[in-house]
Design a binder for this molecule. Structure first.
Ligand SMILES: [Zn+2]
Length: 516
């Protein structure tokens, strides 16, 4: 099949998809652009596409070849309709097959964005009121000459299974150059959604850096208006914005910063009646309010939802940072602060005073923790409370422990009050490593002899040596005990628990239950 083609008849995605089949390919991503019933406020009831075909095919083939080379994918293709189309019809199809999904997503997005910028295609819209007109011809023609001056000339939107097709000027090369990020990390960021609660001193840097990094969808929650006293520490807003809702201004600025990111503005204060619904719609929560009541409200909501969250607070020249992950041994906010501190006792910015870079520093740390979680770079990070003193330039990292007296529920935890589960289930060894528990392999040496080199568990304490007293299980720390089928590890876990060691778990089903 031709890498780029026009079609005068309805597209058949199934047929195009077959042409991309490839034994080495483990992932396939496609984009479908459909004809929408509205463009720039006018009701559209059908449209026509016309292409300058000789030039367009050449340019289209160049784009597909660039995508294959740039992302190292197996195969890619793009087909565009020309002629008359009705509402809901498939106007453009892009398909990519690749060894891994990350490259498939990235290449797919690259092709649709570049096609919209560079391929000379014109569109005639027929409006509901009987009027019609060629749309954006001048700008489209200009786009054919200058790939950087593109214009979104089609009215199609992403189908539910697809990547959105907004024109873009973003270049993530300075972050994808990091080996831990790469194109697949970028695709993870694009697939992620983050809820930022509070668009003040902490929330502003969080929003700016997460938007710039290319998080796919960001929700902003804040019910306040921009006030003159905000500007010194919230420079996302300007003097001209005074009196406007913060989320409206923030959404405007963030969309201008990165049009690829879907910004969802929630002009309200998080409260008991809305917090669960908000949290449920996002993968991760960054808590950026300046009051403890809201922090504990969010804490309880993320615990119920089993979502990770990043908390921070500031007081004058000091700040604190705490991450919550929905794992049995991770403390929540209430584990560290059994009594909700009264607002005003510690003091918020209004009463205590603050210099802008203090919340900016803590907000940047929150953004970093959020990116690390999404990229899986926080593997092995243990629960902690990080305290930063900007006046003395000192950072302290305290080990945070779960308080047995805190009855916070963890998803998957036994309902038996106070009891931790004996077993934890993980899908892959990598996921088990990322839990922050130390992995201990209790199989015998002969059982380990055939492990693939990439799946060696460094800590090895054969059960036979433990049973015969030749080795001791370490008394301190948090461990995930692993054997072949989860039977020996469960009995050792039960024994250690009976000896008072609370933070040991057995890998449910053992290594046999894991995907490689
Ligand atoms: Zn707790």
């Amino acid at each position: 099949m031709q890498a780029f083609a026009f079609s005068t008849v309805p597209l058949e995605p199934e047929r195009h998809r077959e042409a991309l089949a490839e034994p080495s390919a483990g992932g396939y991503a496609s984009f479908e652009g459909w004809v929408r019933d509205l463009n720039e406020g006018r009701a559209v009831h059908r449209l026509e596409y016309e292409a300058f075909e000789t030039l367009a095919v050449k340019e289209g083939e160049r784009i597909v070849a660039e995508a294959i080379q740039r992302f190292g994918v197996a195969r890619a293709a793009c087909v565009h309709r020309v002629g008359g189309l009705g509402i809901g019809e498939l106007a453009v199809w892009v398909g990519v097959s690749a060894v891994h999904r990350g490259e498939a997503f990235a290449a797919c997005r690259y092709i649709i964005d570049e096609v919209k910028h560079r391929v000379p295609i014109w569109k005639k819209e027929h409006y509901a009121d009987g009027d019609s007109g060629w749309v954006n011809c001048e700008r489209c023609a200009a786009a054919a000459h200058d790939p950087h001056e593109g214009h979104d000339h089609a009215s199609e939107e992403a189908s539910p299974v697809a990547v959105t097709g907004t024109a873009t000027h973003m270049d993530y090369s300075r972050q994808t150059a990091l080996p831990e990020v790469g194109e697949s990390g970028q695709a993870r960021l694009a697939a992620a959604s983050v809820l930022v609660i509070g668009a003040g001193g902490l929330g502003v840097p969080v929003l700016q850096y997460l938007t710039a990094a290319g998080i796919g969808r960001i929700g902003v929650v804040d019910g306040d208006l921009v006030e003159a006293s905000n500007l010194h520490r919230q420079p996302l807003y300007g003097a001209a914005d005074l009196g406007r809702p913060k989320v409206a201004v923030a959404a405007e600025r963030l969309r201008a910063l990165n049009p690829e990111v879907q910004i969802e503005a929630h002009a309200l204060h998080a409260g008991p009646d809305n917090v669960d619904a908000l949290v449920s719609r996002y993968d991760l929560v960054v808590e950026c309010t300046d009051n403890f009541r809201a922090k504990f409200l969010v804490n309880d909501a993320v615990l119920r939802a089993g979502k990770p969250a990043v908390f921070a607070s500031v007081h004058q020249y000091e700040g604190q940072l705490q991450v919550y992950r929905p794992l049995p041994h991770w403390p929540c906010l209430r584990c560290l602060w059994p009594e909700v501190p009264r607002d005003g006792l510690v003091g918020n910015c209004a009463e205590a005073g603050v210099l802008g870079p203090v919340p900016a520093t803590l907000g940047s740390l929150q953004a970093m923790q959020a990116l690390k979680r999404i990229l899986g770079l926080d593997a092995g990070e243990s629960p902690s409370l990080v305290m930063v003193d900007l006046l003395n330039l000192e950072t302290r990292r305290l080990v945070a422990r779960r308080d047995p007296a805190c009855d916070h529920e963890t998803p998957g935890r036994d309902r038996d009050p106070g009891a931790l589960p004996l077993e934890l289930a993980f899908k892959t060894l990598v996921e088990a490593f990322e839990s922050g528990l130390e992995l201990v392999d209790i199989r015998e040496s002969w059982e380990r002899a055939h492990d693939p080199p990439g799946l060696q568990i460094p800590t090895h304490l054969p059960l036979s040596e433990l049973v015969h007293g030749h080795a001791q299980f370490p008394a301190d720390g948090r461990y995930l005990i692993i054997c072949a089928h989860g039977v020996r590890s469960l009995s050792l876990t039960e024994y250690l628990r009976s000896q008072g060691q609370s933070e040991v778990y057995s890998l449910r089903g053992g290594l046999a239950a894991l995907r490689s």
